[in-house]
Write a protein that binds this ligand. Structure first.
Ligand code: HEC
Ligand code: HEC
Length: 374
């Protein structure tokens, strides 16, 4: 290793540096997938959130047991210190800090705190709205959608904080004439005469590393396990055999949770004129199917489709594809896509939604099939 003439001192340990840049990557991925990409990218968003959760947990542990500049007790300062630092900045007498300055420390707390709240609200929204993720079994759809709004506001706050943090680093870098981005990569700052209170950045004992490693592995594994599981609150009970047989002759057997009981009642009472077709059945089958549809209708299920399709179109009360939500969500798909092979019809949900049968319609399970020769 060749060293330049200027003497350097270690300020950021390897953990802090890896943490910093992987969090940048995780938060950027979450922001891009959350703000800019279609909902079908939700898996990437959840994965970015999961990695941020892993990083945050490790950072909390490192904030207790890590090296000197990483420890919260070392760098978090009270309001008095912050005000003093601000006054010194105005007077031009503020010293250079090898670790975080009091204002920077405040920003670290704000950033980590906002990321934590984003993770909490994200998992709550994911659980409430889509019945998946670590909190998939806990919250209602209504709570999930409310929390999703909070999640969105927090995301905007985080973008603002990150912008301020970057501006702060640029300002501090210019003020103290050093490249702070480089310091966060190499972990070193140039040694100066005025330096006092030299930090100790020795690495920690092996067991700390092992605990980190195990926690990380567990969380990553947990994230994968949870996202691979069928959503918890989604009905996966068996199809009624009569329904499956009689109502899938001309189209897919629609999940009963896609329409409210009242609308199923209307549909079942007009089978002789069913979208211009005669789909009449014997009374026994009608009764059996109606009872089963009622028991599993949108009114008794807490999934997103059950909620959004409950607002039916009064003109076509029994058509899912005529509901305002359906029309709005699918408006960007050209009509020609719906009529081509192998889709043929907009009511053929499972051509594009792999989990149509369960009624879950999780966005990660959407993929529009390529056109196949007829
Ligand atoms: C003889 C053929 C036939 C049978 C049997 C049949 N359907 Fe249909 N169904 C249709 C047609 C045709 C449409 C209209 C499809 C379209 O316009 O995309 C339709 C549409 C629907 C829709 C609305 C789908 C959408 O696009 O929003 C529902 C819900 C539905 N059927 C339920 C049932 C149920 C429940 C049964 C069993 C009792 C049943 N169907 C049996 C022919 C049939
Ligand atoms: C041609 C493929 C295709 C067909 C057929 C189709 N969808 Fe979709 N659906 C999509 C796509 C693509 C999206 C995502 C739209 C977007 O980017 O916002 C979507 C979104 C949805 C969503 C919202 C998912 C979410 O929470 O973000 C629901 C619910 C849904 N579809 C239900 C249905 C139902 C019910 C049917 C059948 C009656 C159906 N879709 C038929 C392609 C399809």
């Amino acid at each position: 290793m060749s060293q330049t003439d200027t003497k350097t001192i270690p300020v950021w340990d390897i953990f802090i540096r890896v943490f910093h840049w992987t969090l940048v990557l995780g938060v950027s991925t979450a922001a891009v997938s959350g703000f800019l990409l279609r909902p079908t990218w939700i898996s990437l968003h959840v994965w970015a959130g999961t990695s941020a959760a892993v990083l945050l947990l490790a950072r909390l542990l490192w904030g207790i047991w890590g090296s000197k500049n990483a420890r919260f007790a070392g760098f978090i300062k009270g309001p008095r210190e912050v005000i003093k630092h601000l006054k010194e900045l105005r007077a031009g007498t503020a010293a250079r800090h090898l670790g975080h300055n009091p204002l920077g420390a405040l920003m670290i707390v704000a950033l980590l705190g906002t990321v934590f709240l984003l993770l909490l609200t994200g998992a709550t929204a994911l659980g409430g709205v889509f019945k998946t993720g670590p909190l998939g079994f806990l919250f209602s759809y209504d709570l999930g959608t409310t929390i999703l709004r909070v999640h969105y506001v927090l995301a905007i706050i985080l973008v603002l904080l990150v912008t301020l943090h970057i501006l702060g680093a640029v300002f501090e870098g210019m003020r103290t004439k050093e490249n702070l981005v480089k310091a966060m990569i190499t972990g070193k700052k140039e040694a100066r005469e005025s330096d006092h209170d030299l930090p100790e950045v020795s690495s920690r004992p092996l067991w700390v590393t092992l605990v980190f490693g195990a926690t990380l592995a567990l969380l990553v594994w947990g994230g994968i396990w949870f996202s691979a599981k069928p959503p918890f609150g989604v009905p996966t009970g068996p199809m009624n055999p009569t329904y499956a047989e009689e109502c899938s002759a001309c189209h897919i057997a629609y999940a009963p949770s896609l329409l409210p009981a009242k609308n199923w009642g209307t549909l079942m009472s007009q089978l002789d004129n069913h979208f211009g077709e005669d789909a009449s059945l014997d009374q026994k089958s009608v009764d059996e199917i109606t009872t089963w549809l009622f028991a599993n209708a949108a009114d008794s299920v807490d999934t997103k489709p059950a909620h959004v399709f409950s607002r039916t179109n009064p003109t076509y009360p029994v058509a899912i594809t005529e509901t305002p939500f359906w029309k709005n969500t699918h408006r960007t798909i050209p009509d020609a896509v719906f009529t081509r092979a192998p889709i043929y019809d907009n009511g053929n949900c499972n051509a594009c939604h792999k989990d149509a049968e369960s009624g879950a319609f999780y966005p990660a399970n959407i993929s529009i099939p390529k056109e196949t020769p007829q």
